[in-house]
Design a protein around this ligand. Structure first.
Ligand SMILES: Nc1ncnc2c1ncn2[C@@H]1O[C@H](COP(=O)(O)OP(=O)(O)OP(=O)(O)O)[C@@H](O)[C@H]1O
Length: 368
């Protein structure tokens, strides 16, 4: 009874701080509060200030709601510190999705995932060592394991030469680009393909490639540390074009960057990356640029702890941990040609050297 009263008081305080209004409370239990806000109050203002609820109820609480009714869940247990990647645990949940993106487990123990084909273009950011490379690895590995090469084609950009070597020579992968010239060449091919697809849509009156009689594969352009391309105008233009018109043409972006770079994210890209995921950010400014205020409060020791903004709703989760070597082993059956010597060089570099944070000069154990 007293706990319920306390929870009510806390809720009133949080809603006042977030939206300067009084909630109408319908239900209070140890793990859930259901409430409404008065007419005339913008529900988005509550989501924008979801961090207030996390400050009042703890980091792992989750606020879900739309027009009037909101559910605030307070998990009984904290998030797990580590979650091993296991494709079989995800297989059934994601079987119906065109382009499944796995995220991780939330504090209620639920698997979080979504369809990139429906929510186009993903940005993953986080300071060095926050776990974004591991999440990116798990996301791409899952796409490769759940889709046929005729369904999904991948173009990978890896200017750090540290992450995507393991995806070379896989049936789904068109190229792993480790320099700007090669990346620009491959992106130009994607641009030509987008024009062809655009013409097909015009001619047939279709609004999305899935409506065409000819089954076309999705293209995913995944670029690790996209901030390294900031000054490459021609490359950035194609990336921005994809972000603007790629959805209906079946061309989607997955971009990652250590420090969210407002210059890179300016302009068209900013609003077109509809889903944002962030690991720990070093300060509030970076967390805001990443689009996930509160990411600066993730502790340095909480690797793989992430926030996601999906449809304006913030969620906290633990990403699955998938080591580089394990990912390479899991994908062996998809390899079409023996690894070329350049791949081996990259893989050796990753295995033997603690991963480097090119921008932040990080210092941590790459495969702990
Ligand atoms: N999901 C996770 N669960 C537990 N530990 C993790 C997880 N992800 C990463 N780690 C630990 O953190 C270390 C750094 O992870 P990772 O390389 O993914 O970070 P990063 O953010 O990509 O860094 P950088 O930007 O420097 O590449 C890993 O070697 C591992 O020890």
């Amino acid at each position: 009874m007293i706990r319920n009263l306390n929870l009510r008081r806390k809720l009133v305080k949080a809603v006042r701080l977030a939206a300067d209004t009084e909630p109408k409370i319908y239900h209070v239990s140890d793990t859930k509060l259901i409430f409404a806000i008065p007419h005339g109050i913008d529900p988005a203002s509550l989501h924008e200030k979801a961090y207030v609820f996390r400050q009042v109820f703890g980091e792992d609480c989750e606020l879900v709601g739309d027009l009037k009714r909101f559910d605030l869940t307070i998990p009984a247990r904290p998030l797990p510190a580590k979650l091993a990647y296991n494709f079989e645990e995800w297989r059934e949940d994601i079987s119906e999705l065109a382009l499944p993106i796995i995220c991780g487990i939330n504090a209620l123990g639920r698997r979080l995932y979504y369809d990139l084909a429906e929510r186009p273009h993903l940005l993953i950011s986080g300071e060095t060592g926050s776990g974004k490379s591991s999440l990116l690895r798990a996301i791409i590995t899952t796409l490769l394991l759940s889709k046929e090469p005729e369904e999904v084609r991948l173009l990978l950009g890896d200017l750090k030469r540290s992450e995507f070597g393991l995806f070379r020579n896989l049936a789904h992968v068109d190229a792993v680009c480790v320099d700007k010239t090669q990346l620009e060449r491959e992106l130009k091919l994607i641009k030509v393909e987008m024009e062809r697809r655009g013409n097909l849509l015009d001619e047939t009156g279709a609004t999305h490639i899935s409506e065409l009689s000819e089954k076309l594969p999705y293209y995913i352009v995944a670029i690790d540390e996209v901030a390294l391309l900031r000054k490459e105008r021609r490359i950035m233009e194609i990336i921005e074009d994809i972000s603007s018109i790629g959805r209906s043409l079946g061309v989607l972006l997955i971009l990652s960057m250590q420090r969210p770079d407002s210059k890179v994210l300016e302009g068209r890209l900013k609003n077109n990356l509809t889903v944002r995921i962030s690991g720990r950010q070093s300060n509030k400014t970076n967390a805001n640029v990443a689009g996930l205020p509160g990411a600066e409060r993730i502790k340095q020791t909480e690797r793989g702890r992430m926030l996601i903004d999906i449809d304006g709703v913030y969620r906290r989760f633990q990403a699955p941990w998938l080591a580089y070597k394990d990912a390479r082993d899991i994908l062996t059956h998809l390899r079409v040609k023996p690894s070329e010597s350049s791949d081996k060089a990259i893989e050796t570099l990753v295995e033997e050297t603690p991963l480097f944070g090119v921008l932040d000069g990080g210092d941590f154990d790459a495969e702990a």
